[in-house]
Design a protein around this ligand. Structure first.
Ligand code: ADP
Ligand code: MG
Length: 266
């Protein structure tokens, strides 16, 4: 397995002086091709900030990020934008589907931005949606789709251009438990089969059942990295057996800054 992503002492400090907040604090880890990892932790622990830096949407205050051996910090803005479009796929909690484009067009948009919407690309977009169980929804607009279907379109869009790194921030936040399991399971299968490096931020520990490694964050710091299968499975089960616990509700109640999607808003 080759290494797709390396972070070395990555730190993000928002603001200055007495109002400075260290959102991510000296975070170092690696993700290999075909490896699916979860980043978990309470609200405010720095998960979204970390993901935004990996997506090249936010610059670290210090430390380095390498994707496919290339150091993001050494790239000029244009180069970084092109690198992002070609090598990285992402989906955020608010899935940012374009409301006036159909499911298929939303997925094809990623290829259009890369100037690779050719016959092969079109075929791959359809296959990807088919794989995610949406072949009967190709020509529907986002508002004609359920929350789970929209989330799956967003996953197809994040993977259609065959990026080496795929990032998902709370992909199940708007889904009921059964749909959440389905979405994450399919996502995991695609990551494994297509040998992408996948990172999912989740508030919902039950979803770690599909990942190979769990990074637990507390106050911007990596508290623990878990790779042992039994330990991961017991993390997933702890929450499940707690009566009445619903971590999804808690996530929704918290207001988070809306992530930007520079590709779409451009
Ligand atoms: P999580 O995704 O784990 O909930 P975030 O990365 O959103 O965590 O936030 C980590 C910390 O950084 C929190 O204390 C949050 O208030 C702060 N924070 C996040 N975004 C900003 C911002 N744009 N400006 C200032 N502080 C921020
Ligand atoms: Mg977040």
């Amino acid at each position: 397995m080759s290494i797709a992503l390396t972070t070395d002492q990555v730190t993000k400090i928002y603001g200055e002086g007495s109002s400075a907040v260290t959102a991510v604090d000296r975070v170092s880890f690696e993700v290999g091709d075909g490896e699916f990892i979860a980043v978990v932790g309470p609200s405010g622990s720095g998960k979204t900030t970390l993901l935004a830096m990996l997506a090249t949407l936010l610059r670290p205050s210090s430390g380095s990020i390498k994707i496919d051996g290339q150091d993001l910090g050494r790239m000029k803005i244009r180069q970084r934008t092109r690198f992002r479009r070609q090598n990285i796929g992402f989906t955020f909690q608010a899935n940012n589907l374009v409301p006036f484009l159909t499911a298929l067009e939303n997925v094809e948009l990623m290829l259009r931005l890369n100037k690779s919407l050719n016959k092969d690309g079109r075929k791959r977009a359809k296959e990807m949606l088919d794989r995610l169980g949406l072949s009967h929804r190709l020509n529907n607009l986002p508002n004609q789709l359920s929350g789970g279907e929209q989330q799956r379109v967003a996953i197809a869009r994040a993977m259609v251009h065959e990026p080496s790194l795929v990032l998902a921030d709370e992909p199940t936040a708007s889904l009921d438990t059964q749909r959440a399991y389905q979405v994450v399971e399919t996502f995991a299968n695609l990551i494994h089969e297509q040998k992408r490096a996948g990172i999912m931020v989740t508030h919902d520990l039950r979803m770690v059942t599909y990942v190979d490694k769990v990074i637990s964050m507390v106050d911007g710091i990596i508290d623990q990295i878990t790779t042992d299968r039994d330990s991961i499975d017991s993390m997933a089960n702890t929450i499940q057996t707690t009566p009445g616990s619903d971590v999804l509700v808690e996530e929704k109640a918290n207001s988070e800054p809306e992530p930007v999607s520079p590709e779409i808003s451009r």
